[in-house]
Design a protein around this ligand. Sequence first.
Ligand code: ZN
Length: 535
Amino acid sequence: MKNIRRIVKVLSTFVIMLALLGTAGATPKVIFTFDDGDTGVYFKAFPIMEANNQSGVAFLITNQVIKASGNNGWADINITEARDLYSKGWDISSHTANHYDLTTRNNTQLNMELNTSRNWLESSGFTRSYRFLAYPYGAYNSNVIAAVKNSGYLAARTVEDDAGIYKAYKLTDPDIYTMKTLMVYSFPAYGQAGEPPEVVKRKINDTIAQNGLLMLSFHMISDICCVAGVNAPEEYKTSDFKIISDFLKEKQDAGQLKVVTMSEYFGTDIPTPTPTPTPTPPPIDTTPPNITIVTPIATTYNEGTTILANYSCTDETSMKSCIGTVPNGTKINVTGAGNKTFTVFAEDTSGNNNSKTVNYTVLAQSPIQTPITVNISVSADSYVSSKAPTKNYGTATFIYVDAGRIGYFKYNFSVIPQKANISSAELHDFISWSQANGTAKMFAVTGTWTETGIKWSLRPTNESVSYGIYDIPICNTGNGDCTHMTKGFGNIVQRWVNGSLANNGFMITTAATITNSEIDAKESGHIPYISVTYT
Ligand SMILES: [Zn+2]
């Protein structure tokens, strides 16, 4: 018996040493928790613990806190008291919104209980501890646990006894939502076994021995004791509570344990650096908008033509305005000759401005002119003959054109403006007699001559290159004159009219010997004329 006791004692010491060695650096921990938020926690437990440099965890029924009086006595902690506790290092955590048995709630109600409480705690500023939960009545099942996880709680405490294991939980443990505890309540007066201070002290020592975690769960700390029908079984006497707190103080001072809150224990009092993405500020737009003008372009437009404005503005963010001289799709100004501008002003929503201008020219359109046709009669005509070199034929009735005879004709175009644009000129004359078809050439005469002075021996000079062909038709029926017309006079008339060639008329000449063509001279009464059309 003695030996056995000794072995047990040696073994115990050995176990303690092993525990200490095995967790070198770690310290046994005790966490005070208080469920339901009774003001006894604030008025009785808090001062005792504060004096002993201890902080606890208050699991509050958040919807009750909102309307609580906070009075000393049978009342609930109010927000002011909760904040005071929190500021002194306490954890303010969730005991749900309304303290229902969560296993009896449907999923909607369940989530509401968990989320409402959690959100209220967080928004009230209890940020280091709002994600710890104590199940009301300790009631949970797998569905409740799933909802608790889903609501973002990190850990949850049951009312189940730790069974002397004092597990040192980590947040990653699979049973972190079913944390065990030592329920410290019940007076003997209620006929329950209860946990008098001596029992709690023993458990504290065991925790130290095992280098574990002891979670103490209290409800009401009260001086009114032990009156059946008045008190609640959850009450714990203030003086007994003080014994426990003081005992822990001794152990603390001896360096044997630490009294911590849940947030201290799990490290959530130091806000975990959640990688909050650096909010990318909205891009500061310092670039002016871009302007594209499709029309008008830098060119010359004829007055009165239809040119539609076509432009657009783009920006890296967004446009505020894009305004052209005239609205997009409408006619630009092409009225009146001269230089014009078309400008687009653009502004983006960040206030950056830009403008773009296109210079264009409007060309005045002269009124459309109706072509004018004039018939100009020959003013001088004659021919010369090699057979009579000194003879003048200016008054002859016919102009002979054949081998040895050359016809000369002159027209006065002074009625046509010098700037006129000659579009056509036709020579009309009459053939009096021609034995056969023939071809003659027409040359511009460059030397001066007169109708009554010209003769073979005084033939004027002429251009070396013929400007046209004079077709001689056959005209031998004796039934009168044949009309004749030669086109292609436009160029030569143009030169005479605009003054680039002195108007000495033209000559018609041919090498044919048998043609014996006879062109009516003005003296015949059939007066040759040139029909000139010009604008
Ligand atoms: Zn409760």
